[in-house]
Design a protein around this ligand. Structure first.
Ligand SMILES: [Zn+2]
Length: 433
């Protein structure tokens, strides 16, 4: 087990380079030369002046609609890796709130002015579910910037770069000869033909790049001559062109380029905009999925995961780094600051108190060899424990059997991955992976 990284802040709170020298850190803490400012990720602040020399840290962000991967590298070493689980309950919660309000208005309650017509949307308005996702992604990067001296942020926006498809001469050697060109073309053709065999419409089977006019008959390897075929179709077609094979339309279809391949989603646009205003245009760069895939598989030899993708995004071309064994798991939570908790007027206090049997919602607990968070509490009866990554219900257990692992902070539940896996093994309730 590698030793974990401790993040260090200067007297004024500026992030310095992180350290692995645990003995030194404990010495400082014992002598009162430093203080703990954050438990998870473990961060200390020095109480004495030091040189504030730092080397820039590069952050990689793998955006997603449910899980976001973030990683930070410096000097060929990964110094931070985290998986962020975004909230997916917002639209359901808002539907419920709307329903409650509708019912409440029908009851005999105090007068509430009609307010549906005096609301105006801001220019950059996003639906609440998407806004929460964009903000949580930016917040995850802001957390890194509060721990480490961030010099550059790389964000993956789309699968491939259409600019480079059209003008291959503008880019470097990798694109013109072999390797990366192959990745770019493959991803492009997969997207263009919607991952379907062009001849029998088969999906979910291994697909091959297929030359519409075969290479033996003078067909080139440009994307306008390529389509997708499953192995049986490719074999049957053999040395024929698509027209001879009985599919004259495919040739015409192949000549039409994909419109805007790097379709950047609403979330990504918002994330880029916010990161740009935080770090500045010069410190933000945009990468593409095919580059990530190439770097992850060919350069780093890593399996697919959100954090491994983030490491690949943070890496420079040709850089070799090893991912950390320790990955932070961050789950975004509702803060729970609602009118219903204040109850100023006739709103009844008909909800559970902040603590039930000494526990708050979303505390990470261990019980019956299982680690999860408290997803439901009862004044009399068992608590519901849910899984950290998926939010699925694991067990129901009496509160007296619970053992506290961590408390949520600042709208987040932060835990470390290998520790939880070790804990899970004790109970024998492990799942095959
Ligand atoms: Zn086929």
């Amino acid at each position: 087990m590698e030793s974990s990284i401790i993040y260090v802040l200067s007297v004024s709170g500026q992030p310095l380079m992180p350290t692995k020298r645990h003995n030194k850190v404990w010495y400082w803490l014992r002598r009162g030369l430093a203080k703990v400012v954050r438990q998870e990720p473990f961060t200390i602040q020095l109480c004495f002046e030091t040189s504030t020399y730092t080397q820039p840290v590069i952050v990689g962000v793998d955006t997603g609609s449910k899980t976001v991967g973030v990683a930070a590298t410096t000097n060929g070493e990964v110094v931070y890796q985290a998986e962020v689980y975004l909230r997916t309950d917002i639209s359901a919660n808002m539907t419920q709130r709307r329903m409650y309000r509708r019912h409440r208005r029908a009851r005999k309650t105090r007068y509430r002015a009609a307010r549906f017509a005096n609301r105006r949307r801001q220019v950059e308005w996003l639906p609440p579910s998407l806004r929460s996702k964009a903000e949580a992604t930016v917040k995850a990067v802001r957390l890194i910037a509060s721990l480490l001296p961030v010099g550059k942020v790389n964000v993956e926006v789309g699968n491939f770069d259409t600019q480079r498809m059209q003008h291959p001469q503008i880019s470097g050697l990798d694109y013109q000869q072999g390797t990366l060109q192959g990745y770019l073309v493959r991803e492009y053709v997969l997207e263009k033909w919607k991952r379907t065999c062009a001849y029998c419409q088969a999906r979910g089977v291994p697909l091959e790049l297929e030359h519409i006019v075969p290479r033996s008959r003078g067909g080139g390897s440009r994307e306008s001559n390529l389509t997708l075929a499953c192995y049986p179709c490719n074999e049957r077609k053999g040395q024929q062109t698509a027209a001879e094979f009985g599919y004259p339309k495919i040739q015409a279809q192949a000549c039409v380029p994909l419109k805007d391949a790097a379709h950047v989603s609403v979330i990504k646009t918002s994330v880029l905009q916010q990161l740009r205003s935080l770090f500045g245009d010069a410190h933000l760069s945009v990468t593409y999925g095919y580059e990530t895939k190439y770097k992850r598989i060919q350069m780093l030899g890593l399996p697919k995961s959100h954090t491994n993708d983030a490491v690949a995004i943070a890496c420079e071309m040709g850089e070799r780094v090893k991912p950390r064994e320790e990955v932070y798991q961050i789950r975004c939570l509702p803060r729970g600051q609602y009118q219903r908790f204040n109850g100023r007027h006739s709103e009844h206090k008909c909800w559970a108190p902040r603590k039930v049997r000494g526990y708050k919602l979303y505390e990470v607990v261990k019980a019956k060899g299982v680690v999860g968070y408290i997803g439901g509490r009862r004044e009399k009866g068992s608590f519901i424990i849910k899984e950290l990554s998926s939010g699925k219900k694991l067990i129901e257990v009496a509160p007296s059997k619970l053992e506290r692992v961590a408390r949520p902070t600042q709208g987040w539940m932060i835990t470390r991955k290998p520790i939880l896996e070790n804990l899970r093994k004790e109970g024998g309730a492990s799942s095959p992976s």
